[in-house]
Design a protein around this ligand. Structure first.
Ligand code: SF4
Length: 497
């Protein structure tokens, strides 16, 4: 289905397209000479009372959706409310046409918990905040249940993250490239890029320590992600861990996202155990070998079991596993098999991802569409049931563009195994000092709806060559955020150290 959008307000074209894609998938609003339908948006206003009407015309039939309400407050607030009305009108027209009510309704943002938090900050309790989300966006009861669980699980950890600072180190290398990958990670190949990369990383880490000291940041948690950090040699991994501990430690929590089971062995596990690593991830994605081969991962399910068992024997008591719903060729019974194998291993946390087919992935190029294969929603629900059956609860949730059936990723864990870095990162409460190609540092003044981001270059060679420039960029971003915060708060910095 191809739909052409007509709106008198150009800046809402992308928002209307986002809603249409919920119903008809990627490419539904791409330019075409012969669209199947037209979505016409009309806007009328009387003072602060706005009315938005969207009419979808398909052949001789038309389907109308409307939304009205008061648009008031600050410029940012007005824009947000206006946008919400436009999207809701479009959503109603689409619902009228399709008869469908998608699980997340008209909500297209990546962090639904933020809306709940905002409502709660306005003085509403959790049930009223959930009801507001349902009434405003048509979010299903099922998803409200997941959100409610996440908010309850985060408890005081959410508040402790406000004003804190975490450390992130990115290792953008993998042994092979997964077919769904859109990340700019390089395959490690002969490893030639690794040493120059590590030199640049060490330089950036040392410079970051000066910034942390000047800013008064006490680093709370550390996270080495990727890519696949364990695709490096053991001495290279140790160099990074050692630098993180020496320059920024000790940490309350230190995660290494080992990722691919084929990159872990006893030597690496032992080295990490001798340092202060508290949490690792061993990610099967699926326990079906034919799928692993199809998606381009160079390990087997047997290897996953072997490495997991070894890690447990060595005393790792906080191990996360990731799975992905709707991988190519997988149906519900294959996903059930994966969950059953994971249940036998009994990890401490399980992250249930929904396949996202980003434009730069091989899977997108191949034209794969998960809806053609199986019900992703059913698999996501199975993942939730499996997590509950292992005594886990949902503790963080986020959504991405291009996710199958517009669903979500949910992190589950057993009590006490919540990863604080994940909560801070997803809820955007803590400052993050981030190092390495593609890493994004974030400075978040307490009490302000403002995040200053300092992204590093994603290309490995460019990152390596221009690391000095990136160090300066990060410092500039931090000091600018401080200056603005002081200006806006009568010279009293709102950063909490
Ligand atoms: S492990 Fe992650 S970063 Fe590496 S290729 Fe696969 S999806 Fe991409």
């Amino acid at each position: 289905m191809k739909i052409r959008i007509e709106t008198p307000i150009d800046e809402f074209t992308n928002d209307l397209a986002d809603v249409i894609r919920i119903f008809f998938g990627e490419g539904a609003t791409d330019a075409t000479e012969a669209p199947d339908g037209f979505l016409c948006h009309r806007h009328t206003a009387e003072g602060e009372e706005f009315q938005e009407v969207c009419v979808l015309t398909v052949g001789d039939a038309s389907y109308t959706g409307s939304a009205e309400g008061k648009v008031a407050g600050s410029a940012v607030e007005r824009k947000r409310l206006f946008k919400r009305l436009v999207k809701r009108a479009c959503y109603s027209a689409m619902t009228e046409f399709t008869g469908r009510h998608p699980a997340w309704g008209s909500l297209t943002g990546i962090r639904p918990t933020r809306l709940l938090r905002q409502a709660m900050e306005r003085g509403m309790d959790l049930p009223c905040s959930l009801a507001e989300l349902r009434d405003t966006f048509d979010v299903s009861e099922e998803k409200l249940g997941v959100l409610s669980e996440v908010i309850a699980s985060q408890g005081k950890m959410y508040r402790e993250g406000i004003g804190a600072c975490d450390l992130y180190i990115g290792i953008p290398f993998c042994t092979t490239r997964c077919s769904y990958c859109s990340f700019s990670a390089g395959t490690i190949g002969n490893g030639k890029q690794v040493e120059p990369y590590l030199q640049a990383l060490m330089k950036e880490l040392a410079a970051g320590q000066r910034l942390a000291a000047e800013a008064g940041f006490k680093i709370r948690t550390a996270y080495i992600g990727g890519g696949t950090p364990s695709s490096l040699r053991v001495d290279q991994m140790e160099k990074i861990i050692d630098a993180a501990e020496r320059l920024y430690g000790p940490f309350e929590e230190f995660t290494v996202e080992a990722g691919r089971p084929d990159t872990l062995d006893e030597e690496k596990l032992s080295m990490m155990k001798n340092h202060s690593i508290t949490r690792i991830s061993i990610n099967p994605q699926t326990m079906n070998d034919e799928t692993l081969a199809r998606i381009g991962r160079a390990h087997t399910s047997r290897k996953t079991v072997e490495v997991f068992t070894k890690a447990r024997q060595m005393g790792y008591d906080d191990i996360n596993m990731d799975v992905i719903a709707a991988l190519p060729g997988e149906n519900e019974s294959m996903f059930a098999y994966t969950l059953e194998q994971i249940r036998k291993l009994s990890p401490d946390s399980l992250t249930v991802h929904t396949l996202a087919i980003k434009r730069s992935s091989r899977l997108h190029e191949s034209g794969y569409r998960p809806e053609q294969e199986a019900s992703c929603a059913a698999m996501v629900e199975m993942g939730r049931e499996a997590a509950h059956s292992m005594g886990m609860h949902a503790y963080y949730l986020y959504r991405q563009k291009y996710m199958a059936e517009n669903l979500e990723n949910v992190g589950y864990c057993t009590p006490g195994r919540e990863c604080r870095y994940n909560i801070d990162n997803m809820e955007e409460t803590a400052n993050i000092l981030a190092f390495g190609a593609c890493a994004i540092s974030k400075f978040i003044p307490v009490g302000e709806e403002r995040i200053v981001r300092a992204p590093n270059l994603s290309n490995i060679e460019q990152y390596t060559a221009r690391v000095d420039e990136l160090v300066m960029k990060k410092e500039k971003a931090y000091f600018e955020s401080i200056r603005k915060s002081k200006e806006e708060n009568n010279d009293s910095s709102n950063f909490c150290h």
